[in-house]
Ligand binder design. Structure first.
Ligand code: PLP
Length: 450
C-alpha cells in the first residue's frame, strides 16, 4: 500500500474506464439481492492477503454494483431520485483523489471559496442578504437539525425562563423534523394543513396562539415551513408563515430539501415568495440540482448565530479561529468534512446558471405531461395538480397488496422503479421527476403497465 506501482497504474486505467462507461451509457436499473445471494457470489471479501485491486474491482463491477439500483436511471421515480450532471460526477473523481479538507479556511481555502460561491448563487436566488452564508452538509436531515439547533441556542439567550421548547411545522412536514425534535428533546406542534395540504400563515398563527395560551411557560423557538413536500410537492404559504413567525420572534426555517431547487426556474419562482424572509433554509443539490450524493446546502440569514451555536472549542482547534476566515465546520453539526459542495460548484461553474434553469424547466415540463397522461388514463386518478415535479395518483380499485405487486413486477421486469406511498391513509403512487433524461416515453411506458 501507499506506493504507486504498476498494479496501481493498471488499476487506475480500469477504474477510469469503468467510470467513463458508467457515465456515458444509460445505466441498467438493477435491483437488490439478499445477503445470502451476495455471499454465494462473492464470499468473504476481507482476507489476510487481500484480493488485489483487479479482483476487488471485479467483485464490485460484476456483482455488488448490480445489486444497487441506479438512482439516476430515467425511470427511477421513487422517493426523490438523483440525476448528477456529467460535470458534477466527473469532478467527484477529482475530489476523491485530492484529499481535500473542507472543514477550515486554513486547510481548504480554495475549496471553501468555491463552495461559498455556489452557496451564494442559491442564497441570491432565495433573496437573502449578502451577509447570509452557510455550508454544505451531508443531507437535509443534518441541515434541518443544525438549523434548529442554532435557532434554539439563539432563543435560549433571549428567553432564559422557558419550561419546554417547541418547534412548529405542518402535519405534512418531512420526518426529519420529528427526528430533530427527538434528538433535541423538544416538542412538535403540528399545525393542521388546509385542504390543499398547505400550512397557511393563518393556520400557523392560530395554532401557535392557541398553544401558547394553553401552555404559557412553553416557547415556540422555530417554525419549519416546507417548500415542496416530499410526498406531494406541496409548498407552504412561505410569505404568510414567515410574516407571522417574525411578528412573534419565532425563527423561520424553510425546508426546501427537494423543492427549493426550483428557485432557478422562472416559471415557478413566484411559488416561493416569502422565502426571502427565512432565518435559515436548506436545499439538497443531490436531489434536484444535479449533484451526486451527498450534499445539502444549509444557509443562514445571520451566520454569526450559527457559528456561536456550532463552533467546537479545543486547544488543538483554537488556532483555526480567525474572525476573517470562513470555517465551514463552524456552521453545522460536524467537524471533519469532505468538500462535498465541489462537484456541484464545478458543474455550476462549467455549465453556467442558464443551463440549470433549462434542465429544471425540462423536468417541470415532463411532470406536467405526466399529469396530463394520468388524467387521460381510464384507470387512474390524479391526486393533485403538480406545482413542482411530483405527480401523485391512485389506481382505481387497487388495495395495498396490488400496488406492491405491481411495483415489484415493474422493477423485476426492469421497466421502472416506482414504489407505492400513502396519502390520507390510502395507498397511492407517485412519480418524482428530477432527471432531465426522463422522457415522455418513459412515463407512458410505465403508465401502460397500469
Ligand atoms: C429529502 C428531504 C429531507 C431529508 O433530506 P436528506 O438529504 O434525505 O437527509 C428533508 N426534507 C424534505 C422536504 C425532503 O424532501
Amino acid at each position: 500500500m501507499h506506493e504507486f506501482n504498476d498494479e496501481v497504474e493498471s488499476l487506475a486505467h480500469e477504474i477510469l474506464a469503468y467510470s467513463l462507461a458508467r457515465l456515458k451509457d444509460n445505466p441498467p436499473l438493477d435491483g437488490p439481492q439478499t445477503p445470502e445471494e451476495l455471499f454465494a457470489r462473492v464470499g468473504n471479501t476481507i482476507t489476510e492477503n487481500g484480493l488485489g485491486g483487479h479482483e476487488a474491482l471485479k467483485v464490485f463491477t460484476d456483482t455488488l454494483a448490480l445489486a444497487c439500483i441506479s438512482t439516476d436511471h430515467p425511470r427511477y421515480l421513487s422517493f426523490i431520485p438523483s440525476a448528477p450532471s456529467e460535470h458534477a460526477n466527473l469532478f467527484d473523481l477529482v475530489v476523491g483523489s485530492s484529499a481535500l479538507y473542507g472543514g477550515s479556511w486554513l486547510e481548504g481555502a480554495g475549496a471553501v471559496f468555491a463552495e461559498n460561491q455556489a452557496l451564494r448563487w442559491i442564497s441570491d436566488l432565495a433573496g437573502l442578504p449578502q451577509t447570509s452564508g452557510g455550508v454544505f452538509v451531508q443531507g437535509g436531515t443534518i441541515g434541518n437539525l443544525s438549523a434548529l439547533v442554532a435557532a434554539r441556542v439563539h432563543a435560549r439567550e433571549k428567553y432564559p425562563d422557558v419550561s419546554r421548547w417547541v418547534v412548529a411545522c405542518s402535519s405534512e412536514a418531512h420526518s426529519s423534523i420529528q427526528s430533530a425534535a427527538d434528538i433535541m428533546d423538544v416538542l412538535v406542534l403540528n399545525v393542521p394543513a388546509n385542504s390543499d395540504g398547505v400550512m397557511t400563515g393563518e393556520n400557523f398563527s392560530q395554532s401557535v396562539d392557541a398553544y401558547l395560551a394553553a401552555n404559557p411557560s412553553h416557547r415556540i423557538f422555530a417554525v419549519v415551513a416546507t417548500a415542496g413536500t416530499t410526498n406531494l410537492g406541496i409548498i407552504d404559504d412561505l410569505d404568510g408563515v414567515g410574516q407571522a413567525a417574525i411578528a412573534r420572534d419565532i425563527w423561520f426555517h424553510v425546508d426546501g430539501a427537494y423543492g427549493l431547487a426550483a428557485l432557478c426556474a422562472l416559471s415557478v419562482r413566484p411559488l416561493f415568495n416569502g422565502v426571502e424572509r427565512a432565518d435559515s433554509f436548506i436545499v439538497d443539490p443531490h436531489k434536484w440540482l444535479f449533484a451526486p450524493f451527498d450534499a445539502c446546502a444549509l444557509i443562514y440569514r445571520n451566520p454569526a448565530i450559527a457559528k456561536k451555536a456550532h463552533t467546537q472549542h479545543a486547544s488543538y482547534l483554537d488556532t483555526l479561529e480567525d474572525p476573517n476566515e470562513w470555517n465551514p465546520s463552524d456552521y453545522a453539526i460536524h467537524l471533519t468534512r469532505r468538500a462535498r459542495g465541489l462537484p456541484f460548484w464545478f458543474s455550476l461553474a462549467a455549465n453556467g446558471t442558464r443551463e440549470y434553469s433549462s434542465a429544471m424547466q425540462q423536468t417541470l415540463d415532463i411532470a406536467q405531461h405526466a399529469a396530463r397522461l394520468v388524467t387521460a388514463h381510464p384507470e387512474l386518478e390524479l391526486l393533485y395538480e403538480p406545482k413542482l415535479s411530483i405527480v401523485a395518483f391512485k389506481r382505481n380499485g387497487w388495495d395495498s397488496a396490488q400496488y406492491e405487486a405491481w411495483s415489484d413486477k415493474l422493477l423485476a421486469d426492469q421497466i421502472g422503479f416506482v414504489v407505492p406511498s400513502a396519502h390520507k391513509g390510502e395507498p397511492i403512487l407517485r412519480f418524482a421527476i428530477v432527471n432531465p433524461w426522463t422522457t415522455e416515453k418513459d412515463i407512458s411506458d410505465i403508465l401502460a403497465t397500469l
